[in-house]
Design a protein around this ligand. Structure first.
Ligand code: HEC
Ligand code: HEC
Ligand code: HEC
Ligand code: HEC
Ligand code: HEC
Length: 473
């Protein structure tokens, strides 16, 4: 009974979204739980025989991990308990789609799951998608079997039949899962697709695949090559290292390369600016404006489970002796963020209006501090210039990102799991003694923008220093 209510809710929520975006050309009915058996799907090891490069790109990404992700497994256990199992199928439909359409999950503990269902979002799920009933809440139609659907209308191969489906080249394909709506109350809890749809990118037809399935990161970049052994040469072969911002989970599966790609992506997402006085005297009130522009992401940053993600600015002012005059947003030894002015994320509230990160219990949005595509936000800091500071002062600000609060991961995965803090961008300025002649007041090179024209220091950090793990006791 409860399941039926939830299912109805799912359909309703998807219909509402369809009405508001009007995107999908021809809707096909979503595949129901238990319609197929897991034996109907082919193991990725089969596809790997001919599509070895694609396999290597996909391995270790969050699609590969979508079910075995320990953060997901802990959270879904809690969600299941909180809702008496009524959301089990809902959550699993995106995180283990084969598990759901083969009726192997629920039970949510995974005790009846085949090995293939545990492989998350995989080759022979994504390429047997033969249609969709719209964006949001995984309204996919799958037809497992010998035909593989994809982006080419002239694919040649003899192992399987190939069929062209335009959906593969559109954001609506990704939007099936990257738009999550609470089936009980209709609250949108992941709006990646809809924030893209409302942006300039959608108007200019820059789709998810352009940034996430090419090396362009912030735009389309062709990748000439072959799709597999025996396949013809083509002007563009979409890549399968579909990476976002997660640096916590991929290394747990030995995929440091995926975390490195996430760091690179985060570092291309923004432009920063700073406004600080060129000179100041003791007793002056110093105002520093820092601005962040979402210049590179086709949706808000952060996006996805953005009530869990954390982005913030650290600002440190030091004098010539290295003494700290002002600091906001540093991370202490326990992983707590100290005095950040703004936490750029989404704040959800439960039925009592209390803040919650358990999005399945959310009833409303308390605050949304994320930065929309092409949007610029500014935060202001102020302090009083002390008497005995040694000139000049260095003002240094770094934009930080992490996948989850440290205390949340401490509780779920144990205190030995340090959540990496990524430096996304940085900017600095110098404040001089008013007696310094104007022509001797040099400002740092990075004085206006940093990414994509990154400073040498940051470029060096891409090589791995950026992703420092907090030293845990
Ligand atoms: C999240 C869903 C998803 C997964 C998982 C996935 N693909 Fe794809 N694949 C796509 C999409 C979408 C495209 C088309 C992208 C475009 O046109 O820009 C594509 C394109 C392709 C193509 C056409 C040429 C090329 O290289 O892109 C082949 C072949 C292919 N995939 C095979 C595979 C294999 C093999 C795997 C498993 C190792 C796999 N795919 C995993 C969604 C997926
Ligand atoms: C025996 C070799 C072989 C195996 C095994 C194989 N493929 Fe292919 N596949 C090919 C060739 C060759 C093409 C044609 C590529 C082209 O025309 O550029 C192709 C094309 C594709 C396409 C593109 C279809 C289109 O119309 O856009 C997809 C998707 C695809 N394969 C998925 C898979 C999946 C999923 C598996 C595993 C279940 C798999 N392949 C196993 C050889 C193979
Ligand atoms: C113009 C390029 C661009 C487009 C278009 C784009 N993205 Fe992104 N995406 C990025 C960049 C850059 C990041 C890294 C910054 C961030 O985390 O938002 C990112 C991050 C992400 C993340 C990780 C978010 C997080 O903070 O945890 C997801 C998930 C994602 N994108 C999905 C999508 C989907 C789905 C679409 C299409 C609806 C899409 N993206 C369209 C560039 C793009
Ligand atoms: C069947 C549902 C499904 C489809 C279709 C799908 N995804 Fe995903 N995707 C997921 C799930 C589930 C995760 C997250 C797994 C986790 O974090 O445990 C994910 C993760 C990601 C991430 C990594 C996010 C991060 O924080 O690093 C990116 C980027 C992404 N998807 C982009 C895409 C794009 C682009 C497409 C379309 C080509 C797409 N996805 C299609 C379900 C899907
Ligand atoms: C419509 C598809 C969909 C549904 C339904 C869904 N998720 Fe997800 N989930 C995703 C996608 C896509 C991501 C990745 C977004 C991002 O990177 O921030 C994700 C990410 C997560 C993450 C973060 C994992 C990480 O490693 O950072 C957790 C935890 C999670 N989901 C739990 C759940 C639970 C619990 C439910 C059910 C209450 C659920 N999800 C329902 C698509 C879905």
């Amino acid at each position: 009974m409860r399941g039926t209510v939830v299912k109805l809710g799912l359909v309703l929520a998807a219909m509402l979204l369809l009405l508001s975006t009007g995107s999908v050309a021809t809707a096909t009915p979503a595949t129901q739980a238990g319609e197929y058996s897991s034996d109907d799907f082919a193991y990725e090891s089969k596809c790997r025989q001919c599509h070895a490069i694609i396999y290597a790109e996909w391995e270790g990404t969050m699609h590969f991990n979508a079910y075995l992700d320990p953060f997901y497994l802990e959270e879904v256990k809690i969600a299941s308990e909180d809702t008496n199992g009524s959301l089990d199928e809902f959550c699993s439909r995106c995180h283990t789609p084969i598990g759901v359409v083969s009726g192997e999950i629920p039970p949510i503990d995974g005790s009846e799951m085949s090995d293939i269902a545990k492989l998350g979002v995989q080759c022979d799920f994504c390429h047997v998608v033969s249609g969709s009933n719209g964006t949001g809440n995984a309204q996919f139609t799958v037809t497992p079997g010998n035909t593989k659907w994809g982006p080419f209308d002239d694919a040649r191969g003899n192992y399987h039949e190939s069929e062209y489906l335009e959906l593969f080249t559109q954001s609506e394909y990704c939007g099936m899962c990257h738009q999550v709506i609470n089936p009980v109350n209709g609250l949108v809890i992941d709006d990646t697709y809809s924030t893209w749809k409302d942006s300039q990118y959608a108007e200019e037809n820059v789709v998810c695949q352009d940034c996430h399935m090419t090396e362009g990161i912030t735009q389309f970049k062709a990748n000439p090559g072959r799709a597999g052994s025996g396949a013809p040469k083509r002007d563009h072969i979409p890549l399968h290292d579909i990476v976002g911002a997660n640096t916590l989970i991929p290394p747990m599966f030995g995929a440091e390369n995926v975390a490195d790609m996430a760091v690179e992506r985060l570092q291309k997402a923004t432009i920063m600016d700073i406004s600080a006085p060129e000179t100041a005297s003791a007793g002056d009130e110093i105002l520093i404006d820092l601005s962040i522009t979402n210049s590179g992401a086709g949706h808000k940053i952060p996006t996805g489970v953005s009530e869990i993600r954390e982005m913030w600015l650290e600002l440190t002012v030091t004098d010539a002796n290295g003494d700290i005059i002002y600091n906001a947003g540093s991370v202490d030894a326990d992983g707590n963020i100290i005095d950040a002015k703004v936490l750029y994320n989404n704040v959800l509230a439960d039925i009592e209006g209390k803040e919650t990160k358990s999005f399945w219990l959310a009833e409303s949005v308390l605050e949304d501090n994320r930065i929309g595509p092409k949007e610029t936000v500014t935060e202001e800091h102020s302090f009083v210039m002390p008497e005995n500071a040694a000139y000049p002062l260095t003002v240094q600000s770094t934009l930080k990102y992490r996948s989850a609060p440290q205390d949340m991961i401490d509780k779920l995965l144990g205190e030995e799991t340090g959540v990496p803090v990524v430096d996304m961008n940085e900017i600095s300025a110098i404040i001089y003694d008013p007696s310094t002649p104007a022509d001797e007041r040099n400002q740092p090179e990075s004085g206006s923008t940093s990414t994509p024209g990154f400073s040498a220091l940051t470029a060096a950090m891409v090589l791995g220093i950026t992703m420092y793990i907090l030293k845990r006791k």
